[in-house]
Each structure stands twice: as C-alpha cells, then as structure tokens.
Design a protein around this ligand. Structure first.
Ligand code: GLU
Length: 286
C-alpha cells in the first residue's frame, strides 16, 4: 500500500509541555480540517517521551482545549510513554541490520554542522557510547526529494546536510526523530500536517521510515506564528494559552492565519461547517 491509495489517516501529535496556544492551534486546525476534508481519520498522539519537558496534567488540558473547540479525534488517543516496547523492537530491528552504532562524541566536540562520522567505524579506545546513531545511506541514496503540500518541492541530502543522527541517548531517552517515525508507521498515518519548524526533519524521517519498511507519509507544513519580537510562538516563550472564553474568535484568528478570509459564524459547529469546504477547495485534490 502506499500513502496515496490508503484511506487517509492523519494525526495531531502535541508535546504536553504546556497548554495549546495560538501557534499550536494552527497545526491542530490544519491537520483536523485536512483529515475531515478527505473523509479520513484524525488521531491524537501525546508525545510525552521528551520527559524533561513534560508538564504533568498538560495532556488533559490539551484534550479539553481541543474538545472545547469542536475538534474531536477518532480512536483512543495514545501516549508515547506507553509504547516503549514498540520503540525497543524497532530499534532492535535496525541494530540487527547493522544500521546503528554507538557514539562517544560530546556536544562540545561537534561544531554544529553535519555529524562528521567520527565514531562510524567504532568507538575510540577506552570511550563509552553516549548516544546511538543511525548510519544514513551514502551518496544519492540519502538524497530525499518530496513535495510538501504547502511549501512545494523540497530536497535534502541527509548524509551531506545532517549526517548520521541520534536515535537514542545512552541514558535511554528516545529521540523525537525516531519515535515519531515508529508511531506514524505503526499507526498507518498517511498524511502529516504540522508546523513549518518540522519541515527540516522530514528528510531524516523519510530515510528512517524506509529503513523500517514504512511508506513515508505525505506532508504539509503550515506557517508558524510569531510574537511582537519576531520569536516563534511557543510554550518556551510563554505564549498564552488559547482563549476559550471567546472560542469563535480563537478559531477565526487561526483560520485567518492559515490564509483564509474571515467569515461570520454563530457557533462552533457553523464555523467548522463553513471552514471545511473552503479548506477542501484550496488544499484537496493535490
Ligand atoms: N510533538 C511535536 C511538537 O509538538 C510534533 C511532532 C510532529 O507533528 O511530527 O512539536
């Protein structure tokens, strides 16, 4: 099966590091509308694997926010923290096929460019692994060309521009890049709609998906919102939580930030009923 012929399955995958704000609503709204406009499923996955950033109770707040705005998910939500054995199994498969190696480099030893492959042929004498890296394919085999449904044609050579990347730290912490691919693959996700800050991760995720035997999903990366100082709206920058006292205004702001003209709606149901065909006319059938 490939992503284009399978029934549409999309997802929203928030990290529970705080409540949703106007910026994260854009990704939620776009992925919800795209799934509904394709007559597909919309799943909710709580990405609580990045344990140091997880705020207890934020998952419940996010779920209440989505529901208050009329964004109801299909199927039971999943929490990454409850899927650790699936990540172990996928990791083991890669390890057995010789795709993973231990790396002793510290952050300070690396300059910030592509990983130079220092530990590719074995750890330096007497050193211990600090992380596990994926051996990315060499040459043209790591050149990823794909069409982003919002941003257009993309091309990245993962070997040259990123190098072997980290899947897991030696203390056991999984990398976002790895678990997101395992989850999207196992959940049969055909379409990813998310914020533009993750566009640069897509080529890495496509390389990994193929190695694990999953068809890479189609992607659409929607614009980010910035605050008055030009910083990306984010939980780290203390963006305020969604205003649920004025849900229609909150929805309308996100809708217009997605590039659509505003319209009057007197209820949340009316809002979605009017937004859906407008989204479908602009973004479906590509
Ligand atoms: N958990 C990620 C975030 O909240 C999103 C992951 C994804 O959509 O691939 O930024």
């Amino acid at each position: 099966m490939n992503a284009r012929t399978s029934p549409y399955r999309g997802r929203f995958a928030p990290s529970p590091s705080g409540p949703l704000h106007d910026g994260s609503l854009l990704a939620a709204m776009a992925s919800f509308l795209d799934a509904r406009a394709h007559g597909g499923q919309w799943l909710l996955r709580i990405e609580d694997i990045d344990t140091p950033r997880v705020v207890s109770g934020a998952d419940a707040v996010i779920m209440q926010q989505l529901q208050a705005l009329g964004m109801h998910w299909d199927e039971a939500p999943v929490w990454q923290s409850q899927r650790l054995s699936l990540y172990e199994q996928a990791f083991e498969r890669l390890r057995q096929s010789g795709r993973i190696y231990g790396c002793a480099c510290t952050r300070r030893m690396l300059t910030g460019g592509p990983y130079p492959g220092t530990c590719r042929d074995g750890l330096p004498m007497g050193q211990v692994a600090r992380a596990w890296r994926l051996r990315v394919p060499e040459g043209e085999a790591s050149a990823e060309h794909f069409v982003d449904r919002w941003m257009g044609e993309q091309c990245q050579n993962v070997e040259k521009e990123v190098g072997d990347f980290i899947l897991r730290r030696a203390d056991g912490l999984w990398a976002y890049q790895f678990v997101v691919v395992v989850d999207d693959g196992l959940q049969g996700i055909t379409d990813i709609v998310r914020g533009a800050d993750l566009l640069d991760s897509t080529a890495r995720q496509r390389v990994l998906a193929r190695m694990l035997g999953f068809p890479p999903p189609r992607v659409m990366h929607v614009p980010l919102l910035y605050d008055a100082e030009g910083r990306k709206l984010s939980k780290q920058n203390h963006a305020p939580a969604l205003d649920l006292d004025r849900p229609l205004e909150t929805l309308s702001r996100a809708w217009q930030a997605l590039g659509f003209p505003g319209f009057a709606a007197d209820s949340i149901e009316t809002f979605w009923a009017r937004a859906l065909p407008a989204w479908a006319a602009r973004h479906c059938g590509q």
